[in-house]
Write a protein that binds this ligand. Structure first.
Ligand SMILES: [Fe+2]
Ligand SMILES: [Fe+2]
Length: 137
């Protein structure tokens, strides 16, 4: 599991906070799964879906407002990840096997988040920075 200091930072403080907060939920999910707490895993998957949907929606809203040229490519990455999470939730609901969630978090979700922040979120932040600065003021 990565620590907050290993999470890539972008030049938009609000979004960094969102990413850190999301990582807190992912840590909770991972711990519940390693502890074989099926109900808590289910609850935390719901919490993650809700948080991740808002996180992605906020970014898409900012990109839309700023007419960011790569909006559709960025949104399609978000949509794919939300779809995968929903697929994992459905499957987990059926088989209730925590190893499914453990491998999803370690092999897919965390590497994806790090790569996504370093590439797409970073590019977006550099483009949006004037708006982000205006928002802070
Ligand atoms: Fe993000
Ligand atoms: Fe993003």
């Amino acid at each position: 599991m990565i620590t907050d200091s290993q999470l890539p930072m972008i030049p938009m403080p609000n979004l960094n906070d969102t990413h850190i907060e999301e990582m807190v939920i992912i840590k909770k999910l991972s711990e519940a799964a390693l502890d074989d707490q099926v109900e808590l895993v289910q609850k935390t998957l719901q919490e993650l879906l809700k948080y991740m949907s808002l996180h992605f929606f906020d970014e898409e809203d900012l990109m839309e407002e700023a007419l960011f040229p790569a909006l559709h490519a960025h949104k399609s990455e978000h949509d794919k990840q939300l779809h995968l999470l929903q697929t994992i939730m459905k499957e987990f609901g059926k088989i209730k096997d925590v190893s499914l969630v453990i491998s999803y978090v370690q092999d897919n979700l965390i590497p994806w988040i790090i790569r996504h922040i370093q590439t797409m979120d970073e590019t977006m932040a550099l483009y949006l920075q004037p708006e982000a600065d205006a928002q802070k003021a």
